[in-house]
Design a protein around this ligand. Structure first.
Ligand SMILES: [Zn+2]
Length: 827
């Protein structure tokens, strides 16, 4: 279906003012729903089109007169609108979706009950109601819903059940189409109120206990963040009530829909979790709340400013979480767990400037909605905020919110507001950091023959860099780390250092650069890690080690030495989780877009895995029994367990004292057993019979795809090609499970078929899940020149879908780096 072009959006904005939407939905059927939309608008006279992604269009009327339904094609209905007021009425049948977009419908495997939610971002609103789908045609919405009588229905504005199954909603504030939402189903809701704002949290009925257990934590966070945002922004929350819902199969981490935020269900903890996941959830709650102002009250005019939306929410979310909630470690969490995402994206061939990418259409914009938008955007905004100071930063932000309230604005509007508030001329800074892609490599060249040590900055294109930045370096003085600030405003900056002192660049995580640990420091850090306690400094060390391996500048074997030296003294569970995932197999935890998996590039894989396992077990053993630290260390140990015995002990409840065996740990153990070829479908089926919730179902699917049998791989492949239908979450689980290092005998045929069959997946998928399926089923573990050749050939194929091409460019870069690293250190 056609993706809206920037030119088309501009023309439609110039032509129309949309006055109001009135939407009526009947959600009582299983596969489809009736959708009736009445749109009032004012035209300045001209031709345009309405967006409608329906299964069938029954009636379309303009000012009461029927128009021919057969003019509807490719998701658009052409309209001639003379100057003046018009009313358009559309009656259509829409399809529920199972890919996390539009009106997603999911049946909870735990109890067979049905839930729906609407995800309109970025261009799925027309699959729920007819509309002019672009961010700058805002209008108020009035919603009417007919639903099964046992459903709770919640939307952006407050609603009331006026008769069994009959829901009427208040007229909303002006909304962009991309954040119009509703939820329906037997949702469990807990309610509270703060400062005049009605608050709610919702989840599926089968997970009600988990929500009840954490309700106080969640409401407290929400209250604290509202107070702080009111204080910082000086403008009250503008959308009435505030609901936050944990919904099934959600593609993103969360979506900021005004008054009705949706979160991925994984943010609701049905099993024991380390504290790091609570920190992550807290920052996500704060991030979505920041969007209520930045994004919702004032919305981007076009998708090329989405980065600013995310960078702002990310900066405010992490900062406010650290400053006003119990999760004061939020900044160390972010630096340890999020930064590599952006650094990796910024060093791929697909890197792009933070801003000004143009985004010719929504599909193109979705591809740039990546670690550069979030992590790099956040890093550069942090630098800007430090440079101009809070008074100017928030002065500009308040001015921006006031001027563009309930409207749209651009990056230029915000920068103008900052300049009016006293920021000075920001043009050169914006050119260097926002309009230029890539990151500089910064290396320490140690003193030789009495010369001073030098920081050498190299830009990716080899030309002099314009990216000036200030950061702290930490130098070991024999007893402790001493930090000094350096201002990196030239390509060679001398620094005063003792000749052989260990040095960590960017001690407080304020730099944006490709950094590594130099050899002298790496050698000494093995002794110094236990004496290094500052969590930000440790976070930088872990990030820098991963980055060094990613760029083949740090021997993966040396990284194993550093990890095994530092893990036993790690005090933050989120660092153990991040390192455990890095040291785990492909398909475990994050997928292959964050950084190279350590064990995929290390020379002696078996011994490295055993040493890492021993280090995690040592940490789990020294941690307080039953603590979150013990849990995180145990989870990491499971990921690298070299043999089945400890996993069998865990399943028998006899592994580590104090470690509670719940369904989360049980499935982790079963996944590892599947990787070791030490379980079978019988055992997996028995486990699912005892534990049939959604998470267990996905873990079961992962395990099934991982079993070292030809049947298992064929079963997985049918889901990839679309021969057998699978939801977006099943696609992720099955693709991640399927590929495993060391099983080339079973997997090699799929390394050929992938490239033959990938292009046709556009016939069975679109949007997020199209790219996800391509990514998760990519033959990442077949690290060969042949895989690289096939990747490059398909990238060059004319007519390849751009979403698929982008996935292949990144995956090909990953394989190339793996080969480089193996070449350099392992072969
Ligand atoms: Zn966001």
């Amino acid at each position: 279906m056609a993706s809206l072009l920037l030119d088309e959006a501009r023309a439609r904005f110039d032509l129309l003012t949309v006055t109001a939407y009135d939407v009526t939905l009947d959600l009582r059927e299983e596969d489809t729903f009736a959708s009736r939309t009445v749109i009032d608008l004012v035209s300045r006279g001209g031709q345009t089109f309405l967006d409608l992604k329906a299964l069938a269009l029954h009636v379309i009327r303009l000012n009461g007169a029927a128009l021919p339904v057969d003019a509807w094609a490719d998701g658009r209905y052409p309209l001639a609108l003379p100057a003046g007021e018009h009313r358009i009425e559309v009656e259509a049948t829409m399809g529920f979706r199972n890919d996390g977009e539009g009106l997603h419908r999911a049946v909870d495997p735990a109890d067979g009950r049905t839930y729906v939610y609407q995800m309109s971002f970025m261009s799925a609103a027309p699959s729920v109601f007819a509309c002019f789908d672009q961010p700058d045609l805002k209008a108020p919405y009035t919603l009417h819903v007919t639903a099964p009588p046992d459903w709770l229905v919640v939307a952006n504005a407050a609603g009331t059940q006026v008769a069994p199954g009959q829901w009427e909603f208040a007229r909303s504030e002006p909304l962009s189409t991309y954040f119009v939402t509703l939820l329906g189903g037997p949702y469990h809701r807990v309610a509270d109120e703060h400062d005049g704002i009605p608050l709610g949290f919702l989840c599926k009925g089968s997970t009600a206990r988990a929500l009840e257990a954490d309700a106080e934590e969640l409401f407290t966070l929400t209250r604290q963040c509202f107070d702080e945002f009111h204080r910082l922004f000086g403008i009250r929350y503008p959308f009435g009530k505030y609901d936050q819902a944990f919904v099934p199969d959600f593609n993103a981490s969360a979506m900021e829909n005004p008054g009705c935020v949706t979160f991925r269900e994984g943010h609701l903890f049905t099993t024991s979790v380390p504290r790091g996941l609570r920190v992550q959830r807290a920052t996500t709650i704060a991030h979505e709340m920041a969007h209520q102002w930045f994004g919702n009250l004032v919305s981007p005019k076009w998708w090329d400013d989405l980065w600013l939306n995310e960078a702002f929410a990310e900066y405010m979310g992490n900062r406010v979480t650290a400053e006003v909630t119990e999760f004061s470690e939020a900044l160390a969490w972010a630096s340890t767990t999020r930064k590599n995402w952006g650094l990796t994206a910024d060093s791929r061939p697909s890197t792009h400037p933070v801003a000004g990418t143009g985004a010719v259409d929504a599909d193109a914009a979705l591809q740039d909605f990546d670690g550069i938008a979030y992590a790099k955007g956040q890093a550069v905004l942090t630098q800007l905020a430090q440079r101009i100071g809070d008074e100017v930063f928030f002065g500009g932000v308040r001015d921006h919110f006031t001027r563009h309230s309930f409207g749209n604005a651009t990056m230029h509007d915000l920068f103008d507001a900052w300049e009016r508030a006293g920021a000075g001329d920001l043009d050169a800074w914006a050119d260097a950091w926002l309009r230029t892609a890539g990151l500089d490599r910064v290396e320490l060249v140690r003193p030789v023959d009495g010369a001073a040590a030098v920081l050498v900055r190299t830009s990716p294109d080899g030309r002099p860099s314009l990216r000036a930045q200030a950061f702290d370096i930490a130098v070991w003085d024999g007893a402790d780390w001493r930090t000094t600030e350096v201002s990196l405003d030239a390509d060679h900056v001398p620094v005063d250092l003792p000749a052989d002192a260990p040095v960590v660049l960017d001690a407080h995580d304020t730099a944006w650069a490709d950094l590594t640990i130099d050899h002298v420091t790496a050698e000494r850090l093995i002794d110094l890690m236990p004496r290094t306690t500052d969590p930000l400094l440790r976070g930088t060390i872990w990030t820098t080690i991963r980055n060094g391996v990613h760029h083949a500048r740090l021997d993966p074997a040396r990284a194993v030495d550093l990890l095994t030296a530092g893990i036993p003294s790690e005090e933050h569970d989120f660092a153990l989780t991040a390192l455990g995932t890095w040291a785990g197999d492909d398909g475990e935890g994050t997928h292959h877009t964050v950084h190279l998996k350590l064990l995929a590039v290390v020379a002696d894989r078996e011994s490295a895995q055993r040493r890492l396992y021993d280090a995690f077990v040592a940490r789990a053993t020294s941690a307080r029994p039953g603590s979150e630290l013990q849990l995180a260390a145990a989870q990491a140990a499971i990921l690298s367990a070299p043999e089945p015995e400890p996993l069998r002990a865990l399943l028998a409840g006899e592994w580590l004292p104090g470690l509670l065996l719940d369904s989360g740990l049980r499935w982790r153990a079963l996944k590892r057993l599947a990787s070791l070829g030490a379980t079978d479908l019988d055992e997996l089926d028995k486990a699912i019979a005892e534990d049939s919730d959604a998470k267990s179902q996905l873990a079961h699917a992962w395990c099934r795809a991982r079993l070292p049998e030809a049947d298992a791989k064929a079963w997985a492949w049918q889901r990839f090609t679309g021969e057998v239908k699978a939801s977006n979450y099943e696609i992720e689980a099955i693709g991640s499970g399927m590929w495993q290092t060391g099983r080339d005998d079973l997997l090699a045929p799929y390394g050929v078929r992938y490239f033959e069959e990938l292009p046709a997946t556009t016939e069975v998928r679109e949007g997020w899940v199209l790219g996800d399926a391509a990514r998760f089923f990519y033959p990442i573990t077949l690290t060969t020149e042949d895989t690289l050749r096939r990747t490059d050939a398909l990238i060059a194929a004319p007519g390849l879908n751009p979403t698929l091409r982008r996935v292949l460019v990144d995956a090909g870069d990953e394989v190339r780096r793996r080969l480089d690293c193996l070449q350099e250190y392992a072969r």
